[in-house]
Design a protein. Sequence first.
Length: 262
Amino acid sequence: MVGNRYLGIDVGSTASKVVIIDENAEIVGKGLSASGAGTPGPKLALEAALAEAGVALEDISSSCSTGYGRNLLEWTDYQMSELSCHAKGAAKLFPGVRTVIDIGGQDAKVLSVGDDGVLENFVMNDKCAAGTGRFLDVMAGVFGCDVSDLERYDAESTEIAEISSTCTVFAESEVISKLAGGVPIANIVAGIHASVASRTAGLARRLGVKPKVAMTGGVALNSGLRKRLEEKVGFPISTSELSQFNGALGAALFAKDKSSRA
């Protein structure tokens, strides 16, 4: 018989993530679907996590939802803001973290984290797609490649083709113009990454960057963009293969904490 299990689900605008932890706060199951709120994505991610953990939903001791679509999940026991969940999850993934940079599908945010993963302050860009995962998706579409290919292109770049437009629509036109002018894709991708890094670093400077710095979200796995962001913020940036699950991990930790206090 298994011990208590705690579930966190992060329903974003473009992806759904689920993490299941045990009594020692160790991950025993996780699931990811590249579809977010209002789609079958949450259900698919949930099924994958339950299967990996070897449990059924009724075996879960406590659950917590977070993210853009958290209010759509009536079956969870608790709901928490994604900001608090990202702070708590990052403190588990990156002990001693003080600054968390998260680039999501529709927004970019920088968090100041205190002891035990307590959210102290934050800044967010959620008014414009530029500098977000959506921006990178649009750019990859221009090149006819997958967004995961951008990392490889950046590594092949010989110089940075500057992207001056801060609006996604105008930046797309600028990229198309550079392609038509014979600028190598790799150099354009380097410029795209540098543009996103500059915007994100600007957010970070508004908040104040304190080491240890960590990056979460799916974009954190793009080493090309991450390295350019390191140059802009002036500190090494930690990441993890679990960075995309960070919000869901934080939600699972909250489910465990709240259950123990109930």
